[in-house]
Structure formats: C-alpha cells, structure tokens
Design a protein around this ligand. Structure first.
Ligand code: ZN
Length: 443
C-alpha cells in the first residue's frame, strides 16, 4: 500500500518518540522491581494504563513469578578505595538480577564474576541472571585490561525478596469485542533499540488510537519479556478467543529496513497483512521471515497450546546489529526518521486490520452489470481510475467467501485502500455480503 495512506490521522511523532526514549533510558529496569514500575508510571502521563501487580510465587503455567529485584547502588573499589566500576555511570555495569554482595576479593576471584566483550572492547555488555542466583559486573574489555593484581572491594546493594511482577495493560474498546493485541517487553535497563524503541512507538500508537472510532478493540501490553507474556496468558486464557490479530514490537529505531516475522501458522491474516506491507516497502529492503521458535514474546503467543495469530515487527532483527545488548544500543543509535517510519508502518497495519473483510459476491453468475448501477465509470460523481475499476472486477471475481480483501490486494497488486474503497462501493450497490474472516479463532 502507499505510504501515507491511512485511516489514522497523520502523525509526525518521530521527535516525540525519541524524547520519550531519552527519558526512559536512564532507568534501571528488570523483569520485576521499581524500575519497571517507574517506567509504567511515566507511561501513565500519556495513556490511561492499568498497572497490574502479580505476587511472587504465583504459578503461571510451568513457571513461577520470581522474587522481586531492586538495586540502589553497586561498585568495585580498588585497594586505594577508588571506584573502578560504578553503577551510577551505567546500570549495565551490574549483572541484572545480581544477588547482593559486599566483600573483598582477589583479581582472580573478581574475574570469575566479570563479563566483557573481547571482540567489542570499548562496549559494556548487557547480561542477566534471573533464575540462577549469581553476583556479577559487566565492563568494557579495555577496562578489564587496566585492572591491577590487587584486592578489590565489591558491593552490590540489591534486594531479592517477595514482592510482585508488574505489567501495564491498556484496553481500548472498539465496536467489536474482537481484539488486536500489541505487545512489547519493558524489562531492559539502559538499552534503546531493544526495546525502548518498540515500547515508545507502541505508546504513541496507543495514544493515537484513543482518539479514533475503531472497529476492533485494541489491547496493549507492556510486560517483562518471557515471564510477563506467560503471566498474562495464564491469567487471560478466556480472552484468547477474541484475538484476531497480534504484533510483538521491538527494535524499531535503528536505520535498518523493516522486518516482519510471521506467526507460527504462517498463513493467518496477520501474516498476509505483514507480507502485503513489507512488499510495498520492498524497494527500501523490507522483508518477511518465516516463524522461528526463538526471539521475543511471540514464542509464548505462538506456543502450540496458545497459537495466536501474532507476528513480530522489527527493523533489524535482534542479534543482527553489533550494538545489540551492549552499551552502544543507546539513544544515539536511534533516529527520529526510523521511529517515525516504524509508526507509519504500524498505521498501515491498523488500516488493514480495520478495513479487512471477507465478502461473498451476491451475483456470482457472470459479471453483474456495473454500468447500470453507476459503478463502472464513476461513483458519487468521482471518475474511477483504471486501478479502481480493476479493483471492482478483482473483488467480484474473488469474493467467494474464501478470499479476504487483503488476499485480493496481494493477488491484484492494487493498493489496499483502493480495494477497500471499491468493496465499499460494491457493498453499497448491494453486490456483496459479509462473511466472517478466516482468523476467528476456534478454541
Ligand atoms: Zn533483549
């Protein structure tokens, strides 16, 4: 479809999204704790987000909500008492979920708790240990090389205690109870593309949708990765039957091209829409990938017992940019243009969600006479383009209850908006009737 064609009000929000990323970037987030709460409270400045707290120890399918982690300070001091590593310089310096420690260690023992990137010696890696009790620090490899053979004082002032797991949910009611699910992970500390970009683009999309009259209901989830989606799914199995389309969002601020990863089934309407939009951006290098049981929370949404029509939209996929999970994934790695373009692509997804429909031709025996219905050359005084005339013929030919308008747009190569408008005209002339779409989930 044409970029810029959308039923959603045009936004020029790249700068606003970028500023939100800068605001969120310094906060030390994890899968639980005050960092995630502070982040969700900031979201409430923009949208009426509901914050849920799920107690430590709650069983969620095969998992258990873990102890809550909080941290106030961490450092390594040399024998002169000088801080050689300071959590206040970068929250990536601490192994995320590090247990508390306060002791003196030799360089040899310290090294067993240090994480560096020898191939990217200037960068601090991002490392976690959520489910194995460990303490540790991350630093640049160049910094490690400067450490003398002496006794170090290490301190991680953290707590791991019973508490809760926090996540944010925004439900926007549309005309239908059928839903679109938009999910992104909010558990990473100072990392921008993964995933403050996805979070901030999603938040601005939600803000825009709040002002729209919508056919579908929209559910936005801002959740810690893996345990958050598992927790939400375990608590909301009764809602899954309503989910018609879904997207996991991440890595939407880098300068790479858009990438759509299909759902587990690979042939749901979300997959067709993702393919349609990526095809329209082929000249920019946009691409489609098949499902893989690795990645973000689509792993949970697309597990076999859940099997939702959920794809994943990124620019450069995770792990395929050298800045991934390092201190180089900072706001400077983001561009306002990419963030704006990602939001634009999402608006195109929304246009397809809202406009997609499966019809039956009510006069399928030969072509109906369009001329006598005033459809062939004009409609409402507007001259038809040859493309919109072709759209009428494509719809009438394909509308046998098994092809959606997205199918017809893909097959004909005609812009989705033109197909949708042609279908409205045909319906207005009494030539089409609705059939349920293919992705009404049966469970
Ligand atoms: Zn990540």
């Amino acid at each position: 479809m044409n970029k810029g064609s959308s039923t959603i009000t045009n936004l020029t929000y790249g700068g606003r999204i970028y500023r939100l990323i800068e605001r969120l970037y310094p906060i030390c987030r994890s899968i639980t704790g005050d960092g995630i709460r502070k982040t969700l409270h900031i979201f409430q400045d923009f949208i009426p987000l509901v914050i849920h707290e799920i107690e430590t120890g709650t069983k969620v399918f095969d998992w258990t909500v873990p102890d809550e982690w909080n941290i106030s300070d961490a450092w390594i001091k040399n024998s002169k008492g000088e801080k050689v590593i300071d959590f206040n310089d970068s929250n990536l310096h601490v192994l995320n979920y590090s247990i508390p420690v306060d002791k003196k260690v030799s360089l040899g023992e310290l090294k067993e708790h240090l994480y560096t990137l020898p191939d990217q010696p200037d960068l601090i890696p991002y490392r976690t240990s959520y489910y194995q009790e460990k303490w540790g620090f991350c630093m640049s490899h160049n910094k490690l090389k400067t450490l003398q053979d002496e006794i170090y004082h290490v301190k991680v002032d953290s707590t791991l205690e019973e508490g809760s797991l926090s996540y944010g949910e925004l439900f926007i009611k549309g005309k239908s109870n059928d839903e679109v699910l938009i999910s992104c992970h909010i558990c990473h500390p100072s990392l921008a593309n993964d995933n403050l970009s996805g979070v901030s683009v999603a938040l601005h999309l939600a803000k825009a949708l709040l002002n729209e009259e919508l056919r579908y209901s929209y559910r936005f989830l801002f959740i810690p990765g893996t345990i958050g989606s598992i927790t939400w799914l375990a608590r909301n199995e009764d809602k899954l039957g309503n989910i018609r389309y879904g997207l996991v969002l991440s890595c939407l601020g880098d300068s790479g091209s858009l990438t759509f990863k299909k759902s587990r089934s690979g042939d749901r309407e979300i997959d067709k829409i993702g393919s349609l939009i990526m095809n329209s951006r082929e000249d920019e290098g946009a691409s489609v990938r098949e499902f893989l049981p690795y990645g973000y929370d689509e792993r949970q949404y697309c597990s076999p017992g859940i099997n939702l029509p959920v794809g994943c939209l990124t620019r450069t996929p995770f792990g395929e940019f050298p800045e991934y999970h390092t201190s180089a994934d900072n706001p400077g790695f983001m561009s306002e243009e990419s963030l704006e373009d990602s939001l634009q692509a999402l608006k195109e997804f929304i246009t397809c969600f809202e406009g997609n429909q499966t019809y039956m031709n009510k006069k399928p025996k030969c072509e109906p006479n369009l001329g006598k219905r005033g459809l062939y050359d004009s409609t409402g005084g507007r001259a038809r383009t040859s493309e919109s005339r072709m759209a009428l013929l494509w719809i009438l030919n394909q509308a046998d209850g098994s092809h959606s308008l997205v199918d017809i747009a893909r097959k004909s190569g005609i812009d989705f908006d033109i197909v949708r408008k042609a279908a409205e005209d045909l319906r207005g002339a009494g030539l089409l009737e609705e059939r349920p779409e293919n992705d009404k989930r049966s469970i």
